[in-house]
Design a protein around this ligand. Sequence first.
Ligand SMILES: [Ca+2]
Ligand SMILES: [Ca+2]
Length: 179
Amino acid sequence: MNLNQQSETAVALPVRCADNPAVCNHNGTCYDTSTGYVCLCNAWYTGRNCETVLRDHLVVTTLNTWVDARNYCKLIGGDLVTWGIRNAAVRRSIINQLLRPIKGDGFWIGLTDRQKESRWVYVDGVSATLNNTDFYNLEPNNLGSITGSANCAQVFRGFSFQMDDDVCRALKFPICERR
Ligand SMILES: [Ca+2]
Ligand SMILES: [Ca+2]
């Protein structure tokens, strides 16, 4: 018997997390099992090593204020949607694939005039224009569903999923975007 071959077979141990601490990409979490490591990927990635983008957008189906919605999106490695809602084609696909099939009337997006009334800015710093927003007729009007100034933007089912400004402490589903 070839002793070299035998010893090579004997050392074929499962690959463990500690063998390569960076084995799970994009902040995936590594777990050891008897057959080798397993990556638990975050919301945006998939694959053996969390190397493949799974999605760019998701809707959180719990009701949140705008600030809590943003914090939740950040917690899972994203932010409230910006580029996806600015782009008409991507916006259409978010509406048709993510919003229409589920319950929920209002969906928070990453657009606000909290810093200065009527100066709408996306949370990634891009200023709102007629081309990169889709406000419903006569919106934004600084009026919302509850008392107070409307300084946060939602996509509203009652407005055919066009944009509306509402009071930031109103409760809606966050639309998160991968960062
Ligand atoms: Ca306002
Ligand atoms: Ca409004």
